[in-house]
Design a protein around this ligand. Structure first.
Ligand code: C5P
Length: 219
């Protein structure tokens, strides 16, 4: 057991929601607070890692001694992650990325008129799946927030996105709260953690991550 189990490692994280503009003053987003991602950024820093945090819009204060890059949309987040990922050993994707962006975004504020505005959507890139598929991919950790069939959906997600470690939580329990109860899924099975403050959940994830990285270098 080491107090700095991630010493010498470079960790890249995403956190928070993304914001997809409809016009200059309106947009589509989700209720992610960013608390879990920020807690993980701090836990990685405290474990000795050099940490870069790509954050969507949140009300949180950027953690000290963490290189924080503020972004708005999923495409901005995708670009920032791809620019940083080459120097990362670990990628932890905590952000609640919007699945869709507005295709017919207006460059001016949409005025109330006779007809209802129609919002057309197009799909955003999957940042985690893209990073996990890179030829020199870092060790990837994904999150899955589901409202039902949690472990089944999470396991499918882990396989589909090809991530070695996935953190599953119930969306209705986790979003915005200060505590979280998660289950870690990896090649060795399912590891439920007790309901505890997000800072403690983050530390437990970091311990598990460090063990997984050690196993990987030993093999
Ligand atoms: O498929 P779903 O959105 O539930 O997957 C969740 C995981 O994938 C999270 O780790 C999330 O950060 C990541 N993700 C992503 N880019 C997307 C959608 C999800 O990186 N466009």
């Amino acid at each position: 057991f080491s107090a700095k189990p991630l010493a010498g490692k470079k960790v890249l994280l995403t956190a928070g929601p993304t914001y997809e503009p409809i016009d200059t003053v309106r947009g589509i987003t989700n209720i992610s607070s960013g608390k879990m991602g920020y807690a993980l950024a701090r836990a990685c820093r405290d474990a000795g890692a050099e940490v870069t945090l790509v954050s969507g819009p949140t009300a949180l204060t950027p953690p000290t001694l963490v290189h924080t890059i503020a972004v708005q949309s999923a495409q901005d987040m995708y670009q920032a992650v791809l620019a940083e990922v080459g120097r990362s050993d670990v990628f932890i994707s905590v952000a609640a990325v919007a699945d869709y962006r507005v295709k017919n975004r207006s460059e001016h504020k949409i005025k109330k008129g006779d007809s209802l505005p129609v919002i057309e959507l197009e799909e955003n890139p999957d940042i985690l799946a893209t990073v996990a598929g890179l030829p020199a991919a870092p060790f990837c950790v994904g999150f899955a927030a589901e409202s039902q069939n949690l472990l089944q959906y999470a396991d499918q997600k882990r396989r589909r996105k090809k991530v070695p470690l996935l953190v599953a939580n119930l969306a209705q329990h986790a979003m915005g709260a200060d505590t979280n109860s998660v289950t870690l899924l990896d090649d060795h099975g399912q590891h439920p953690l007790p309901d505890m403050p997000k800072a403690d959940v983050a530390r437990a994830i970091v311990q598990h991550l460090a063990q997984s990285l050690n196993l990987k270098t030993e093999n």
